[in-house]
Design a protein around this ligand. Structure first.
Ligand code: DAS
Length: 327
C-alpha cells in the first residue's frame, strides 16, 4: 500500500527551538528550519512521505492574521491536491489552541489537519518535540483522522481543536488537556486509538476565512474591579468583548451594568470564565442584559469565535449564541 504523503507546514515555536545546552532553561524558539527537521525525521523510516514548507519561524506569542492567512491558503490548496493525504502544522504551544480553533472553524474537515508543538527545545534533555511530531505524523497518516476537524497532538494525547487548551507552563506529558471532551484519542509511535467516530464527516467549512479579524478585547475580572475598566479596553468602535469572568462568568454589578448599557448599543458581550475548566451556561439575566454565554470555550477561544462571527457579518445574538452552543 502506498505510504501517505503529508504536507508539513512549519511556523516555529519551541519544537524548532534551541537552548544551546541540554539543561539551560532559556532558549530561542524557531531556530531549526523545516528541511533540517525533516532530514532527521526521514532517518526514522516512518511510513509516510513528508514534504515541508516554512511558513514562519517565530515564537507563537507573535502568531496572527498574516501567518494564519498563509496557513489557511496552503491547507486549502492541500485539501484540493489529490497527491496530499494530510497536513501537519508545527507550532508554538503558547497560542496553538487559537490557531487550531481558527482553522477548525474555517476549513472543511475533508483531510486530517494536525497541529503539534513541544514543551522543551530540540536540544534539551528529555525534549518532547520529536516524539510529539512522530505521533502527529501517525495521526495525520490515518484516514480515520479526517472528519474530526483540526486536531492537536501533544504528550501522546489527541485533542479536538475546540477542546484543546494549554493548562501548564511546564511539563511535557500534561501541558495540554481537552475540555469538556478530554482526549479524542491516544497515540504513540507504535499505536493509535480513537475514542469514538468522526463527528464532522461530510461537513464543509463552518465560516469563511476572514481577510481581517476585528480586535476583540478580553476583560479579565478581578475582585473589586471598577466599572471604568470597561471603557479602558472597549473603545467606541469595539464590536465585541469577551469577559473572563469569576466563577461561571460573573463580574462586579457595576461592571455588569456598564456592559449591559454597551450591549444595548450594539457591543456583543460574551461571558466566559477565568476558571480553567469553566463551563458558562446561559443564565436568565442574559436575555435582558443581551449577553452571550461562552459555554465550554475559554476566553481566548471565545475571542477567536467572536472575531470570526463578527468578520463574517454575524450580529444576531441568537445566531451568535447558537455558534457558541454548537460543538
Ligand atoms: N516558545 C513558545 C511558543 O512559541 C512556547 C512553545 O512553543 O512551547 O509558543
Amino acid at each position: 500500500m502506498k505510504a501517505p504523503h503529508l504536507l508539513v507546514l512549519a511556523t516555529g515555536g519551541t519544537i524548532a527551538g534551541i537552548a544551546g545546552s541540554p539543561t539551560r532553561h532559556d532558549y530561542r524558539p524557531g531556530q531549526i528550519g523545516i528541511e533540517d527537521w525533516l532530514e532527521q525525521v526521514r532517518g526514522f523510516g516512518l511510513a509516510a512521505e513528508l514534504s515541508g514548507k516554512q511558513i514562519a519561524n517565530i515564537g507563537s506569542e507573535d502568531m496572527g492574521v498574516p501567518i494564519w492567512a498563509a496557513l489557511h491558503g496552503e491547507i486549502e490548496k492541500a485539501m484540493a491536491d489529490p497527491a496530499i493525504d494530510g497536513i501537519v502544522i508545527t507550532h508554538g504551544t503558547d497560542t496553538a489552541e487559537e490557531t487550531a480553533f481558527l482553522l477548525d472553524l474555517t476549513l472543511p474537515p475533508k483531510k486530517p489537519v494536525v497541529l503539534v508543538g513541544a514543551m522543551r527545545p530540540a536540544d534539551a534533555v528529555g525534549s518532547d518535540g520529536m516524539r510529539n511530531f512522530v505521533n502527529a505524523v501517525r495521526v495525520a497518516s490515518d484516514p480515520d483522522a479526517a472528519g474530526r476537524g483540526v486536531l492537536l497532538v501533544m504528550g501522546d494525547r489527541i485533542l479536538a481543536a475546540r477542546d484543546a487548551r494549554k493548562v501548564r507552563t511546564r511539563g511535557t506529558d500534561d501541558a495540554f488537556r481537552g475540555f469538556p471532551r478530554g482526549s479524542v484519542g491516544i497515540v504513540t509511535p507504535a499505536a493509535l486509538e480513537w475514542f469514538g467516530n468522526p463527528w464532522r464527516e461530510g461537513e464543509g467549512a463552518r465560516y469563511a476565512f476572514p481577510d481581517a479579524l476585528p480586535d476583540v478585547p478580553i476583560l479579565y475580572v478581578g475582585a473589586g474591579m471598577p466599572a471604568t475598566s470597561v471603557a479602558r479596553i472597549c473603545g467606541s468602535d469595539t464590536k465585541g468583548v469577551v469577559i473572563a469572568g469569576a466563577g461561571e462568568g460573573n463580574m462586579p454589578e457595576a461592571v455588569r451594568q456598564t456592559l449591559k448599557e454597551r450591549a444595548g448599543s450594539g457591543l456583543v458581550v460574551v461571558r466566559a470564565s477565568r476558571v480553567d475548566e469553566g463551563l458558562v451556561d446561559r443564565e436568565p439575566e442574559d436575555a435582558s442584559n443581551q449577553f452571550v454565554a461562552a459555554r465550554a470555550l475559554n476566553p481566548q477561544k471565545a475571542r477567536i469565535l467572536l472575531q470570526v462571527l463578527i468578520a463574517n457579518g454575524e450580529s444576531d445574538l441568537d445566531h451568535i449564541q447558537a455558534a457558541f452552543d454548537n460543538p
